[in-house]
Design a binder for this molecule. Structure first.
Ligand code: NDP
Length: 452
């Protein structure tokens, strides 16, 4: 039998790659992992974690404003120190990079720093050094996509947002997805004048229509200037900043233009063709239900191949691969009822089907909506409102869609996602006792289906 240097070689030290390497190492496999940059990938370095930290920073601006309604007098107006926030973030991300390294080391994984390329079905080359492996996992993630346009060289992507210098007093965000909405909200909270430009009539394609409209209205109230059904035609650098020309002749002068127009799988430079690894029509690595590529010894997980580019999905996919290769369980991942949050201000939390998708899949549905002012804002003076919605399959009474726009929506929806995966019915929601006074209790007290 052929012998290999490693049982398992992972290309990419982000969420999916590190999880797979660690777990395989803990099960006794001889594991190598190649990463050219810092460990932790997009999520740790330029994604989820620094984004959430900056979202907390933006939240303080709201809290300072609201405090007066609760009797707190500030001696002087709070002042935001961007350089301090950046330094604090860099320190924390550096600590997390180290934690990832320690986790790999403790699991016996050999970390190889450098760019990895496939040579064949069982061989990887990193900086001129060849390594053979029985199984190879590609977990190289994704990278921001910016469409071609005049002045493209003047715009930035989310990768650059965390370290901008100086702070952009006037920011334009292009796009209407997760990243665009989150950065628009966060930088507005931190004090920037924010214009968000989106090509469609509503932000957040694919989300429930009521959620999309409610969020746009709340972001507008918070001061984000949302320009819909418009596209950027060109960007020009002038002495005063960046001159952005939009469709229909509208012109804007800003300091920074962020293009958050989607992400593409990181497949370039891996020499996939050398090993015969095929791509699908999205340009992602094509995999079967067990994450096996067109080459039986090579697997792929996470943003480089998945249809759901979310960190927890990459972790779950990695576990499916490790369980089947080094455990005793061959299983499939279930992509239904994946909860997700958008860390706008206020947050969106969602699980299951939008109303329109539920109608398409289940036929008749009952819809329950609630729109209210959270108790906190009765004294805070803020005119923010909270929105909640349940979509129920009429035939089975199962809750198939749960949506929220409001404070801590991500935290609240996580728990409900467990109930939804367990098949909870509306009757079960109704028989659950609320926790009073919370916003979350509204999900178990909605009694009247909207007339549809
Ligand atoms: P999304 O796919 O969510 O959004 C991309 C946006 O860019 C859409 O509004 C899209 O418009 C628009 N767009 C695409 N191409 C163009 C173009 N050529 N010109 C103008 N606009 C364009 O991608 P993101 O980059 O925001 O995020 C990528 C993924 O990362 C998300 O889908 C999500 O899975 C994940 N993510 C998750 C987060 C979380 O869990 N909180 C946070 C950030 C990212 P249209 O609607 O017309 O397609």
């Amino acid at each position: 039998m052929r012998t290999y240097d490693f049982d398992f070689f992972v290309i990419g030290g982000g969420s999916g790659g590190v999880r797979a390497a660690r777990m395989a190492g803990q099960r006794g496999a001889r594991v190598g992992l190649a990463e050219a940059a810092e460990l932790g990938g997009t999520c740790v370095n330029v994604g989820c974690i620094p984004k959430k930290l900056y979202s907390y920073a933006a939240g303080y601006a709201e809290a300072f404003e609201e405090a007066a309604g609760y009797g707190w007098q500030m001696a002087e107006a709070p002042r935001f120190d961007w350089a301090h926030l950046k330094a604090q973030r860099a320190r924390e991300i550096g600590r997390l990079n180290g934690v990832y390294g320690t986790l790999l080391k403790n699991a016996g994984v050999q970390l190889i720093t450098g760019w990895a390329q496939l040579i064949d079905a069982h061989t990887v080359e990193v900086d001129g050094q060849r390594h053979t492996a029985r199984h190879i996992l590609i977990a190289t993630g994704g990278t921001p996509f910016v469409p071609e346009l005049p002045g493209r060289e003047h715009v930035v992507t989310s990768d650059a947002m965390f370290d901008l210098d100086p702070f952009p007093k006037r920011l334009m965000v292009v796009g209407g997805g997760y990243i665009a909405c989150e950065f628009a909200s966060i930088f507005r909270g931190l004090g920037a004048a924010v214009t968000q430009v989106h090509r469609r009539a509503h932000v957040l394609t694919g989300f429930d229509d009521d959620v999309r409209q409610f969020l746009a209205s709340e972001m507008g109230k918070a001061g984000v200037d949302l320009v819909l059904s418009a596209e950027v035609e060109s960007v020009r650098r002038t002495e005063k900043g960046l001159d952005v020309m939009l469709s229909r002749g509208r012109q804007h002068e800003v300091d920074t233009v962020l293009f958050a127009t989607g992400r593409v799988p990181n497949t370039e430079g891996l020499c996939l063709e050398a090993a015969g690894v095929a791509l699908d029509d999205r340009g992602a690595i094509a995999v079967d239900a067990h994450y096996r590529t067109s080459v039986p010894s090579i697997f792929a997980v996470g943003d480089v191949s998945t249809s759901a580019p979310l960190t927890p999905v990459a972790l779950a996919e990695a576990m499916v691969v490790v369980d089947s290769l080094f455990g005793d369980r061959r299983r499939r991942m279930d992509y239904e009822f994946i909860p997700t949050a958008v860390f706008t201000h206020p947050n969106i939390g969602t699980c299951g089907y939008s109303e329109s998708d539920a109608r398409a899949k289940f036929g008749k549905v009952d819809v329950y909506c609630s729109d209210f002012k959270a108790l906190r804002h009765t004294l805070s003076g803020r005119n923010e409102r909270t929105f909640m919605k349940l979509v129920v399959d009429k035939a089975s009474d199962r809750v198939v869609g749960l949506h929220m726009v409001g404070a801590d929506a991500g935290e609240i929806v996580q728990g409900f996602a467990v109930a939804m995966r367990a098949g909870a019915t509306k009757a079960l929601f109704d028989s659950t006792i609320g926790i009073h006074p919370t916003a979350a209790e509204e999900f178990v007290t909605m009694r009247d289906a909207s007339a549809v």
